[in-house]
Design a protein around this ligand. Structure first.
Ligand code: FAD
Ligand code: UDP
Length: 365
């Protein structure tokens, strides 16, 4: 088999690059070791007819206009601003922390943003430059909020103490003084009208895709000029600088014979149970069907590498791999696993579109 570009991994990084390169007449082969395309964004209809997300909830959101425009060629959208709740001592609170969370949790009555700001100021720990995920919450919301909402959830999710994680991990979630209870602030928040797998089907219409094909196993059979690699970077180099740690998840799906199981698409359980959250994605997909499927997420060490673990030690290991990668000719590393970064879908699509431009210039395509 011959091609201009061999692309490893059929998630957003690999699929967007495949589509772009194919659109300018390049011969592309896209392989994935799984038996489906879409990477971690894969969804499917389960045996009860509910559209479920195979690897955890994927809410699309972006501030990148070019990403939205590009993806809109492959899907129409169902506008959806997702809202979740955190369960603390049996009561549900809006998350991100907002003025209603503060009022309900501390049993007070803050009426304005100014009052909420002053209240948060009175709670904050005096930390100027938070160095880790614990300090980040302490600096912006104080000890009580940290202990109730973040400490145990983060420990359960990552398997290490929040002090051992970069501040960027908890900084993903805003802390608000208004009553906005949307999970994120992005300008565009929506779900692909017909699901993610359909987006990938449309992206890959004209692409030669080989599934259940591990790079190491098939690379000798495919002749390529350039390699675009979206798998784990440490695996590519046979772990020569040691293993990069990843956090994994086990998903336990349950189908219930009622229209909805819970009032929110996601309820987080920081302090109870071995699972972190219960997701009922039907709230976000808008599917109309008399039954529902929920999923409980159990974080674990072994299994598919879902989350790169952001901290300085791991970054050091990653940088050694990155330097080794930079020495290779005609090999590019892109995506959540190849760049060992906790990136959202839109950031991945953005990076893939940018890499396409770089390749076009470099090879005068
Ligand atoms: P992936 O989707 O991981 O694709 C990489 C592909 O490479 C995989 O299919 C894998 O099988 C394949 N591969 C790896 N090694 C090899 C090999 N050796 N040979 C062949 N194939 C290989 N983002 C959001 O924007 N919103 C969300 O709500 C959101 N929720 C998330 C929830 C969870 C539980 C997780 C884990 C992630 C979530 N994300 C979310 C992030 C999102 O999944 C990623 O940004 C996106 O999937 C990354 O795309 P990718 O192409 O880099 O990687
Ligand atoms: N987090 C937390 N409590 C929560 C929700 C999130 O402590 O109820 C922390 C946790 O460390 C998590 C991080 O904030 O990993 C980012 O949360 P997000 O919801 O973005 O996680 P993801 O959906 O990517 O798993």
């Amino acid at each position: 088999m011959n091609c201009d570009f061999l692309i490893v991994g059929a998630g957003f990084a690999g699929s967007v690059l495949a589509e772009r390169l194919n659109s300018i007449g390049k011969k592309v082969i896209l392989i994935d070791k799984r038996d489906h395309t879409g990477g971690n964004c894969c969804d499917y209809y389960d045996s009860s007819g509910v559209l479920v997300h195979k690897y955890g909830p994927h809410y699309f959101r972006t501030n990148f206009q070019d990403v939205k425009e590009y993806l809109s060629k492959f899907t129409s959208w169902r506008k959806h601003e997702y809202r979740i709740r955190a369960s603390i001592n049996g009561l549900l609170y809006p998350l991100p922390i907002n003025r209603d969370t503060l009022n309900n949790f501390f049993k007070i009555n803050l009426r304005t943003e100014k009052e909420a700001k002053e209240f948060l100021n009175s709670k904050r720990s005096p930390i100027k430059n938070p160095k880790n995920a614990e300090e980040q919450v302490l600096a912006f919301a104080g000890r009580e909020i940290y202990d109730a909402f973040f400490k145990n959830y983060t420990t359960k999710q990552w398997g290490i103490h929040p002090r051992e994680l970069d501040a960027s991990v908890t900084a993903r979630i805003p802390i608000r003084t208004n009553t906005d209870d949307r999970y994120v602030n992005d300008l565009f928040q929506a779900m692909p009208e017909d699901g993610y797998s359909k987006v990938f089907e449309n992206l890959l219409k004209n692409i030669e895709v080989i599934l259940t094909a591990d790079f190491k196993r098939v690379k000798h059979r495919i002749k390529f000029k350039t390699l675009l690699y979206t798998g784990p970077i440490d695996e590519f180099f046979d772990y020569k600088y040691g293993r990069l740690p990843y956090r994994s998840l086990r998903f336990r799906f349950e189908t219930h014979n009622k229209e909805f199981y819970q009032d929110w698409s996601q309820i987080n359980y920081p302090n109870d149970y071995k699972y972190t959250r219960i997701v009922e994605i039907k709230h976000a997909t808008g599917q109309i069907i008399p039954n529902t499927t929920i999923v409980k997420e159990y974080p674990c060490e072994k299994g598919s590498p879902f989350y790169p673990i952001p901290n300085p030690d791991n970054q050091k290991i990653y940088l050694r791999y990155k330097r080794a990668a930079e020495k290779l000719n005609n090999v590019y590393f892109i995506g959540r696993l190849a760049q060992y970064r906790y990136l959202n879908m839109d950031q991945i699509v953005k990076e893939a579109l940018d890499l396409f431009k770089t390749l076009k210039n470099k090879y005068q395509l």
